[in-house]
Design a protein around this ligand. Sequence first.
Ligand code: PLP
Length: 438
Amino acid sequence: MDTPIVNSLEAFWMGFTNNRAFKADPRMFVRAKGMHYFTPDGRAVLDATSGLWCVNAGHGRDKIVAAIARQAAELDYAPAFNLGHPLAFELASRLREVLPPGLDHVFFCNSGSEAVDSALKIALAYQRAAGQGARTRFIGRERGYHGVGFGGISVGGMVANRRTFGALLPGVDHMRHTHGAAAPFTRGQGETGAELADDLERLVGLHGAETIAAVIVEPVAGSTGVLVPPKGYLERLREIATRHGILLIFDEVITGFGRLGAGTAAEYFGVTPDLMCLAKGITNAAVPMGAVAADARIYDAVVNGAPAGIELFHGYTYSGHPLAAAAGLAALEVYAEEGLFARAASLAPYWEDAVHSLKGVKHVVDVRNLGLVGAVELAPREGAPGARAAEVFARCFDAGVLTRYTGETIALSPPLIIEKSQIDEAVGVLGAAIAEVA
Ligand code: PLP
């Protein structure tokens, strides 16, 4: 295969990247198939992160590729406002096969960040339509990641994502995160910490329920280092939110489409939110797409309760884009035909044993897991936080395994098609890399 000529690294200002370091020593992929990426010099790299938690069915799936190609030739684009095309309606209907009962209406956008900001706006629109217009406040959680829109960074709890950008949404407050509620090396969900959900009750006491529109959490926080909710926590949050008329939003951008061994985290935990943010695996990442799934009560209040005319002043040029809709439908077929969500569930115990085998390796201070998600936390190097994890990532990459690091945590979230031998390979390479670094 020809190696592409990369002639201006400076022109592309990369997001969430150390641009100077990358451009001094770029790492590129030029091809991907199944469980592997390929570098310009033809080296295979095992994808232990599903790209960025998004390629859940593995790379280059023929059915999805063909669907996109067919759709591009048939109908490249149709205006998204006051006009439609059949595939967007079909995808919205078919998503019900994956979504919890009740979340019957799907609003399309193009990314997880847009899904979060859309969900927040829909929550405000609902409260207003329900005669609760004073409910304008949002509650998020420390160490939450909800993308990069102003809404998302306001309700999110990652300090670095907020520090530079002064104008956040007013009136937002945060619950405490759940990290540390369980002892290190807890397998799956911890037994302790459900009472941290009472923070919502405390904030109701502080601000008044009548001012709060919605609370938003990731069922399992991913980007801040894989934080697994304590047993009973999400159930308790649901109960408190319901009792106070506060909408519960689950940001399932990474947990949707099989990551935990069920269609959604809501299904996995048996806790149904009022609004759900989706993206990433919705198209197996082949075309950008995001979505908000809304409870019928919300749709009815906003849409059927409105006077004539446009009911919700919100939407994107590419909402339900034909190529994304085609990719989404094909991805749903691949997930269903291959039983990939059930496959993830059946692999989860093997996965758990594999990642927890790293307990005892030098520097490892915690291992966390749920479904096909794993996290290995390292002790920080004196005076250089994050450096050790960055070095481990680089060593794994050189040894042919793609991992991801955030702070001191190495996160793994492989495609659901991974084989047991590849789990062994990924964890083996990771363990060796950790043992080698100073
Ligand atoms: N929400 C969660 C939970 C995420 O993990 C992410 C991305 O990782 C986002 C939102 C943002 O998605 P996007 O990068 O597609 O805007």
